[in-house]
Design a protein around this ligand. Structure first.
Ligand code: SAM
Length: 253
């Protein structure tokens, strides 16, 4: 168990290793990318202005760009300046901000899609609530939020006695290089925090390896099978505000 880590130092130091790892990782190719392929239609993407919060070395931004979204329609925000530097090199036409997403402050408050991939596990509860609220405030009405995080089951890694009631920092080694500290919370906390920020949840997806993973490495898949779902994705919308009829109006119409 760890105290709150200094995220900036951690990711500044690991930026290069993470950049090399992330784009080609087994998890990305056989577990995460397929979900974006499935749930983001070309039609939706072509008309989107996208904000990626916790954009790191630009993996999701690059993916979106490869799916046809113009760089100028993508904004990335990350608290690590080293990560932002690498991402800027990869996407010179995109917009970047070196900010803490819990205190996000961009002039554009009209994004139609906000993505966040493998970031919320690095936020404590207060930061998570603030970040979701900021995402909501930076979105156009009817905009979509799509975030993926390490599944709480995987985070607990078998320590299910602590799963439901306790929330704590976990110290592990990163699949790229060095150590990371992630914050465990149960699934219902993610869901409730999303609702509390004002979002309407459309879909929850519990993600595991796809079939192609076994063909590449049955051994790697076997290692993770015991955890069940490995990623949690939440898709939510900022619904257009409709004026609620007053109780009186409901009674008399
Ligand atoms: C595991 S990386 C994921 C990066 C990217 N989303 C991807 O999937 O390749 C986590 C990123 O979240 C960023 N991050 C963590 N806490 C943050 C915060 N409070 N504000 C902004 N960025 C944050 C880190 O700097 C790091 O770049």
């Amino acid at each position: 168990m760890l105290s709150k880590p200094t995220i900036v130092k951690m990711f500044d130091e690991q930026a290069k290793a993470f950049a090399e790892f992330s784009q080609e990782s087994f998890q990305w190719h056989h577990m995460e990318k397929g979900i974006y392929d499935k749930y983001l239609s070309d039609n939706f993407l072509n008309n989107s202005e996208i904000l990626d919060i916790g954009s790191g070395a630009g993996r999701i931004m690059k993916y979106l760009n490869q799916r046809g979204v113009l760089e100028e329609n993508i904004t990335g925000v990350d608290v690590s300046s080293e990560m932002v530097k690498i991402a800027k090199n990869r996407l010179p036409g995109a917009t970047f901000a070196n900010q803490d997403i819990a205190h996000l402050d961009l002039s554009n408050k009209n994004f139609s899609l906000v993505t966040s991939h493998m970031v919320f596990e690095f936020l404590d509860n207060d930061q998570l609530h603030k970040t979701l609220k900021q995402a909501y405030d930076h979105m156009a009405e009817n905009g979509t939020l799509m975030y993926t995080t390490t599944h709480p089951n995987k985070m607990a890694s078998g320590d299910y006695a602590n799963y439901k009631d306790k929330q704590f920092w976990i110290d592990t080694s990163a699949p790229w290089e060095g150590g990371i500290s992630t914050f465990h919370r149960p699934t219902n906390d993610f869901i409730n925090a999303t609702i509390k920020a004002g979002f309407h949840i459309d879909r929850i997806i519990e993600i595991g390896f796809d079939l192609s993973a076994k063909e590449e490495s049955a051994l790697k898949v076997a290692k993770y099978l015991k955890y069940g779902p490995m990623r949690l994705m939440v898709m939510a919308r900022k619904l257009t505000k409709v004026k609620k009829p007053s109780a009186r109006a409901v009674l008399y119409t």
